[in-house]
Design a binder for this molecule. Structure first.
Ligand SMILES: Cc1cc2nc3c(=O)[nH]c(=O)nc-3n(C[C@H](O)[C@H](O)[C@H](O)COP(=O)(O)O)c2cc1C
Length: 177
């Protein structure tokens, strides 16, 4: 699959088959995160891979839209220094978004669906995952083979993204659209 095809066709998958991820697929997904670029190549992240069903269920209660984590074959908790503390750089979130996107795009190429989940209960996340006080988990990713296999090939929804001419400004913000 060409990168641009993966970028164009990938969509969030929230319902997963009850099949474990193959070790090869999971490793390829994690490698895609490892290879991500980062500001000054600092790689300020750790990825906690969760496959235990009880732990996945606990993670699915960390926010109002985390429910899909309960049915994932694996969740990857994205752990970084807290980007909100004084003196932290916003590049932490830039870097992490890139790593997450790479993992999800490689997953898509392999026929593995994924979806982010936003963590609202930071302290509970720390208790479940056991990372230290100076680290933070704002987002997790669910991964799994889709419950509906045609989810990978369904055409994109019309209107799913804004058209280019609503986003692009030529030369200046006030420039030609
Ligand atoms: C930063 C971020 C946080 C997100 N958090 C959640 C979430 O908590 N739960 C969820 O189901 N989807 C979450 N999503 C997925 C978005 O809802 C999804 O990417 C968006 O609706 C586009 O979906 P599509 O690619 O299928 O069109 C999140 C996405 C991003 C980028």
């Amino acid at each position: 699959m060409h990168v641009r095809d993966a970028v164009h066709t990938k969509r969030a998958i929230r319902e997963f088959a009850a099949t474990a991820l193959s070790a090869t697929d999971l490793n390829a997904i994690l490698e895609a995160g490892r290879r991500a670029h980062s500001a000054k190549n600092r790689q300020r992240w750790g990825f906690v891979v969760v496959r235990d069903r009880e732990r996945l269920a606990a993670l699915s209660a960390l926010g109002p839209w985390c429910g899909h984590v309960a049915g994932a074959a694996a969740a990857v908790a994205l752990v970084t220094p807290d980007p909100r503390i004084e003196g932290a750089s916003l590049s932490i979130t830039w870097d992490l978004g890139g790593a997450a996107a790479q993992m999800m795009l490689v997953a898509w190429e392999l026929g593995v669906g994924s979806c982010p989940a936003t963590v609202y209960e930071a302290q509970r996340a720390r208790e479940i995952l056991g990372y230290p006080e100076d680290m933070h988990c704002e987002f997790m990713l669910s991964f799994g083979y889709p419950a509906q296999p045609d989810a990978l090939t369904r055409p994109n929804q019309t209107g799913g993204r804004k058209p280019l001419d609503e986003l692009i400004h030529h030369e200046t913000w006030a420039g030609e659209r």
